[in-house]
Design a protein around this ligand. Structure first.
Ligand SMILES: [Fe+2]
Length: 300
């Protein structure tokens, strides 16, 4: 009885109880005006999720200067148009995206508890892509967003000059950091790295190249958390304490002495994401979220 009530709460109430997180990030040059960056991730959209779609659409009222989508946007072959319509006016703003593995492969039933002993890395290695990821990417590119899957680019948004570098998803072995490697331009106002899964070996390379703000998703914040304990698993290489939210990378400054984190430990924001796999439609103590990062000048 209690288990049924908990499942109903997690599947019906919390899964639709969207939260807007806000953080200030001191990453801009001295004198720069505050810059509003909206970070969305892991919508896993199926066409019937009208509440999720209308909430995404409502985020335009935050008047963001820039939008970053760190992938796993769709979970159904018919989800591309609904997802683009959900973005709606956000597509008229400057933006950038990378894919997650779930943009390429339709979801399959799995035992969610397996994440307690292993990650989803290479889960998809045995079958062909079957979701319209190219159509999804083309829709965002047509609106003017930068495709940052193993690409670098330069974007001017508001009066901020942004150097962007991104990689495709490492969980399906499609990340090619070597193709984007090289020092970030120190004259850019913002050096931004985007990736779906926050894997330490990729984060280390962004950090070594001087990218000061790194944005990722994938973890779902643990998706099912325990009060007081937080995430049980991250489904990737970072620790549970960094499963969601804003942190320095690496979390422990001592790791910098061991060669991680570059000359300056970058800021890492991990989104707990907007959705869930259709086969694990629950969230507990881990509300679905989007994040408004207000970038402000560095503290000297
Ligand atoms: Fe996801």
């Amino acid at each position: 009885m209690a288990g049924g009530a908990a499942f109903a709460y997690a599947a019906i109430v919390e899964r639709n109880w969207f939260a807007l997180r806000r953080y200030d990030v001191p990453v801009l040059p001295e004198g720069a005006r505050p810059f509003r960056l909206l970070h969305i991730s892991d919508a896993h959209l199926t066409p019937g999720r009208h509440r999720l779609m209308s909430w995404i659409r409502s985020l335009d009222s935050l008047d963001p200067d820039f939008v970053v989508n760190t992938g796993d946007s769709i979970a159904h072959r018919q989800s591309v148009q609904p997802f683009l319509e959900a973005l709606g006016p956000l597509l008229d703003r400057p933006g950038v995206f990378v894919f997650g593995s779930n943009d390429l492969y339709s979801p399959v039933p799995k035992n969610p508890a397996r994440y307690l002993w292993r990650t989803s890395a290479l889960d998809h290695s045995r079958h062909e892509t079957d979701l319209p990821w190219a159509e999804l990417g083309a829709g965002m590119v047509a609106a003017g967003w930068l495709d940052a899957n193993n690409r670098r680019g330069r974007i001017k948004a508001a009066d901020i000059d942004i150097e962007v570098a991104g990689v495709h998803d490492s969980h399906v072995d499609m990340d090619r950091y070597d193709e984007i490697a090289g020092p970030a331009d120190p004259s850019a106002d913002l050096r931004l790295g985007v990736l779906h899964s926050p894997e330490p070996d990729v984060l280390d390379r962004f950090a070594a190249d001087g990218f000061g703000l790194l944005l990722a998703g994938h973890t779902h914040g643990g998706q099912v958390c325990l009060p007081g304990l937080g995430a049980l698993v991250t489904n990737c290489g970072i620790g549970r304490s960094q499963a969601r939210g804003l942190h320095r990378y690496p979390a422990d400054p001592a790791d910098q002495a061991a060669g991680r984190g570059g000359a300056e430990r970058p800021w890492l924001h991990v989104s707990a994401g907007l959705g869930t796999s259709p086969w694990a439609p629950v969230r507990f103590c881990c509300r679905p979220e989007a994040t408004l990062l207000t970038l402000v000048p560095r503290i000297s």
